[in-house]
Design a protein around this ligand. Sequence first.
Ligand code: 2PG
Length: 234
Amino acid sequence: MVIIASNFKTNHTRQSTKEFVSFVNDYLKKNSIKNEIIVFPTATSLDTFNTVPNLRLGTQNAYATIKGSFTGEIGTSQLDEFGIKTILIGHSERRHILGETQEQIAQKFNFYKELGYKIIYCIGEPLEVKEQGLEKTLEYIYEQFVGIDTNYENLILAYEPVWAIGTGVTATSDDIVNVHNAIKKKISKPLLYGGSVKVDNVKEICSLNNVDGALIGTASWNKEDFIEIIEKTK
Ligand code: 2PG
């Protein structure tokens, strides 16, 4: 079974999300799919997905708290209102743009692990590390597992090379397989690839050795393309 996860990031309004949901709903009512589909919409549109069957809803982020004084954040008391038990942790945009440290990421991971959340945990190297070769790339990636329980039963990993995210530059099959094989030797968890996955390459990427699915941003924001991605990988 292939896992397809869609990360809306800061895209779509409530209105356009409703249109997306209605389109996806129509498709899912008429088509049976074996894939696991996970969508991470913006926090303001989480409720618009309530009507979609066979689709797991996740939060792109949340603070390691039930509630409290953490301006701008959301905690589990808010997530519970939407029945959300899935979270994306360690995404490169949170690491590199929002400045989350490995320590903060590990703290968040442990908090959500204790609550039994399904965690999609992202790892991946920047370009200057990739250019130093596979060994350095793996060293960098393994540092991103510090403080993370890789035996956690509800863990899904996503390898997302930073240089491939939102750039249109997809990693080559060799790049993907080399890293995926090495990670899988150490950690036997579902491992997705993410970084400029597109309608045209999703099938090939998902059929590579040790690739269990894809975490997709840009290419999944258009409702027709989202369905085409599901069709191509079912
Ligand atoms: C990312 C990827 C997938 P894109 O940032 O994680 O979510 O985005 O597909 O746009 O490279």
